[in-house]
Each structure stands twice: as structure tokens, then as C-alpha cells.
Design a protein around this ligand. Sequence first.
Ligand code: ADP
Ligand code: ASP
Ligand code: MG
Length: 254
Amino acid sequence: MALIVQKYGGSSVADTESIKRVAKRVVETEKKGNKVAVVVSAMGDTTDDLIDQALSIDSNPPEREMDMLMTAGERISMSLLAMAIHAEGSRAHSFTGQQAGFFTDARYGAAHIKAVRPDRVKNALSLGDIAIVAGFQGINAKGDATTLGRGGSDTSAVALAVALGADICEIYTDVDGVFTADPRIVPSARRIPSIDYESILEMASCGSKVLALRCVEYAQRFNMPLHVRSSFSRRPGTLVVPDGIDPRTLPNLD
Ligand code: ADP
Ligand code: ASP
Ligand code: MG
């Protein structure tokens, strides 16, 4: 039995139909005999919409209140996904960043993860439940909500995978993996079946949006294998595997 962390980005949970589709894929992974923890982003453009609303009230809103507001997006998707999994006949339990034990520094809007102590997530998994965790968020030493910077759910997923000792962290998005260039801009771009941390780090630091920079740094530091793939297709995606691990030994590659 493998322990798998799956992260679904905003494009994969953009509406309730998409959430139901994601729930089916999560349950399918569980039914294959795996333990599954899921990290979700906010639905579609929710985070942008929340920021626009704040700015329509105050052009320079208090940072603390901005983070309080932005963490709301992921709470919506986590609870709806838990409901959709229940509707599929499996048990799921959702957790905010705080409940999942994400402790960060005090930098509102760009907080760094200091520690992840996912006791409640572990407990849910040990009871046979699927755990759903809100990405992009944690709490600071004062107990206030913080966010990790745009695209931060990727980092939440890797940090959770490391803290749980997962076998793999799967990043589900709206393209079939990592390409030689953004496939939406360069139609001739090719999918890269397997890539090392250094090369993908370089792509992320050059502004490629497919994975957040800090997520790749975190995965490299802790040798966490990544599988970037589409939630809209069954195609194989891109593997990022540490030296010395045979990719064929990784779980859930089909
Ligand atoms: P998610 O909502 O799943 O987090 P993002 O929008 O953050 O998705 O990232 C996926 C997008 O990254 C793709 O739709 C694609 O346009 C873009 N992208 C940029 N560079 C690349 C690349 N080299 N390979 C794949 N996708 C890329
Ligand atoms: N919802 C956040 C954002 O839009 C985090 C994420 O999607 O990773 O940046
Ligand atoms: Mg993203």
C-alpha cells in the first residue's frame, strides 16, 4: 500500500462538475489500495476575485485581513471536495492549513513554512479516511492565518508529502505535464517525460508557472518524487525523481 499526496490546482476544481470529476479520481486512487491525502487550491479565479473585492474597498488593505480573506478560497474547495467524495461512497475529512499543522513565519502574503505537524491528517488516514487539506495557507506564531504566496498550494502539497513520508506527490493541473515551453503559448512545445530537480528549478526560476519555485526547492531538499500530470486526461505526465530511485517503482503511474 502506497501513501500518495495529490494536489489539484484551481483549474482542476474550477466548478462543481470539476470537483465531482476530481472526487472520482481521488476515490479511484484510494480503491486501488492506497492511502490518499489531497491538497486543493481555490476554485478557478477565486483568489483573484477575492483580491479584486478587497482592492475595490481599500487600495492598500491591511495584510492580516488580506490573508484572512484569501484563505477562504481554499476552504470552499476543500469542503466541497470532501462532500463530493462522500457522494462517491468514500469517507473524507477536510482540514484548514491550521488544522493540518502548517506553521509559518509572520510574512503575510508570502509566508514561509517553518514546520508541518499533520497529526490530524495522519489520524484521518489511519482511520481509513481520505484527508483533504486546504493549500496555500498556515498560521503564524500569533495564531493568525497566513498565505504562502501565489501558486503556493504546490508548496503545501510537497511539504505535506514530506511530513507524512509519502511515496510520491502528484501535482494535477490542466496540461499533460512539464513541457519544453508553455504549451498554451508555444504549440510545438514537447512534453518532458522525466526531468531532474535542477532543470525544473531553472524553469521555475525563469518564471515558468507550471510549478511554484519553492515547491521544487522543497522537493529537492527532501528528495520527494513528483509526478506532474493532467486531471483532465490519463496521459503519463512528467516525473521528477531523485537520483538512485527507479521511476518504475513509483506508485500510481497508470
Ligand atoms: P494550476 O491551476 O493547476 O495550479 P497553473 O495555471 O498554476 O495551474 O499552472 C499550469 C499552467 O502552467 C499551464 O496551463 C501552462 O499554461 C503553464 N505553463 C507555463 N510553462 C509551462 C511549461 N513549461 N510546461 C507546462 N505548463 C506550463
Ligand atoms: N489559490 C492560490 C493562488 O491562486 C494558491 C494556488 O492556487 O496555488 O495563487
Ligand atoms: Mg499553480
